[in-house]
Design a protein around this ligand. Structure first.
Ligand code: HAM
Length: 435
């Protein structure tokens, strides 16, 4: 039997039409292009500039940036070994953006750097609805600002994007993890509280109790959540400066009318966070309810070798989950691109005329289809229908002699004779009306 190749588990093709893949329907390329261009446009309004970093990064960058004990680094990386070097398919884009910021001395451009990205990320998680091994993130990072305004602007931009796409059934949770001293003190307090209950913890959490007890806070285990309900709270450990920063973030959010709930357990799955963390959830997504999340990571740059800390904050969001939320909210997305006109040619002379005319019309910006197989008129009409062309332009030697072609509107069925020299203008005007 001939071998048939398929996309690998947890990945999918994005086709010209919506496809059903990995138990979810993945919208077609026109929907992706539309959503991406709207995101770019919103990012511009908020004064962000695009960066594109490589898919491959050094394993060490991600391990140090995201944290060796996180699930992402310890279980979910796609590693590529080559000679003595070890690379990973990027599981996220924050550490790569900070690497780029340091590598290219972007601080020297002056001011605050506001950068965004859209592109694929890779995590070897077990695939399910809304969770893939290759997925697509859009996100942004503000580097060089520690003021609470940067935090509030970041959060409000994230929410604005969902609002623009008609997604309002969301919940914003926020928290503050405090600065490094706060976290050291809190880590000890949490460890002392949990140590006597070590037996009741899952194996992973028992390990984390020694290495990174904060990671236990985002456990999904019911027993552990009950135990944590009586645990010391991070909020009570915030020092004065952290507390003030957190209060200011909340006041700026109030200024913008952004509703939020405080969640003292929101530590998030990456180790670089300090102070503000946030996550946007939707009830319409099932188990993978996180639409987007982010936080402040003032210590990441020094973790990656910078001499001075670079105060920074950002968020990232899953494109696929945005599409799922749009579909749940009944938001219409563009379907396939359809031709403004499809040419049907009868005979050799007409075929040559059509070949030249199609080229000319394409040069003036029209989307034009034509027969590439020398098919019969009936078959060409079928092709025009298959492509859902708005109009069919019928050209035979008679038409060419008369200097006119027949243009049929496929929706109304109405047909008009149009002078050859008026064809481009006619199609352009009527395209404007129907598009
Ligand atoms: P994250 O929470 O790991 O944060 O991922 C951000 C978003 O990416 C999630 O909310 C989710 O929508 C999407 N996502 C993550 N994993 C998958 C997956 N396997 N399949 C589908 N979608 C997924 C970060 O990556 C941080 N870099 C965010 C950030 C930016 N923090 C500061 N700046």
């Amino acid at each position: 039997m001939a071998q048939s190749f398929r996309t690998i588990r947890g990945t999918f093709d994005i086709l010209p039409d919506t496809s059903t893949s990995e138990g979810t329907s993945i919208p077609g390329t026109p929907a992706w292009q539309y959503v991406e261009s709207r995101i770019r446009e919103i990012m511009r309004r908020y004064d962000f500039e695009e960066v594109r970093t490589p898919i491959l990064e050094e394993t060490e960058l991600i391990a140090r940036g995201v944290g060796a004990q996180t699930d992402i680094v310890s279980k979910e990386m796609f590693v590529v070994e080559r000679g003595d070097s070890s690379y990973v398919l990027r599981p996220e884009v924050t550490a790569p953006v900070v690497r780029a910021y340091l590598q290219h001395h972007l601080a020297q451009r002056g001011g605050v750097q506001k950068l965004y990205y859209i592109g694929p990320c890779f995590r070897a998680e077990s695939p399910q609805k809304g969770r893939y091994r290759q997925f697509h993130q859009f996100g942004c990072e503000v580097l060089g600002a520690d003021d609470a305004r940067a935090d509030a602007e970041m959060i409000s931009l994230m929410i604005a994007i969902y609002r623009e796409f008609g997604i309002t059934n969301t919940r914003l949770r926020i928290n503050s993890l405090g600065g490094p001293e706060t976290r050291t003190a809190y880590r000890e307090a949490l460890r002392s509280y949990l140590q006597p209950h070590a037996e009741e913890l899952t194996e992973t959490s028992r390990k984390r109790l020694a290495t990174n007890p904060l990671r236990i806070l985002d456990t999904k285990d019911e027993g552990e959540r009950r135990l944590l309900a009586g645990a010391p709270q991070l909020a009570d450990h915030l020092d004065e400066v952290d507390r003030l920063h957190y209060d200011q973030v909340q006041r700026y959010l109030d200024d913008l009318g952004v509703a939020f709930v405080e969640d003292p357990y929101l530590v998030r799955g990456l180790d670089y966070y300090g102070r503000t963390t946030f996550e946007l959830e939707s009830d319409d997504l099932g188990a993978q309810s996180a639409l987007a999340g982010g936080g402040r990571y003032d210590m990441l740059a020094t973790e990656l070798g910078a001499k001075q800390p670079v105060p920074a904050i950002g968020f990232a969001a899953g494109m696929e989950r945005l599409f799922l939320a749009m579909s749940a909210a009944g938001v219409e997305l563009p379907g396939r691109h359809v031709p403004d006109a499809f040419f049907v040619a009868l005979g050799d002379d007409a075929a040559h005329w059509v070949f030249r005319e199609a080229q000319r019309l394409r040069e003036v910006g029209l989307h034009v289809g034509l027969d590439l197989k020398g098919r019969s008129m009936k078959a060409q009409m079928r092709e025009a229908n298959r492509q859902e062309a708005r109009r069919v332009v019928i050209v035979g030697s008679d038409e060419l002699e008369r200097g006119k072609v027949a243009v049929r509107d496929m929706a109304s069925g109405e047909q008009e004779d149009i002078a050859l020299e008026r064809l481009a203008d006619y199609l352009r005007t009527t395209t404007g009306e129907t598009a």
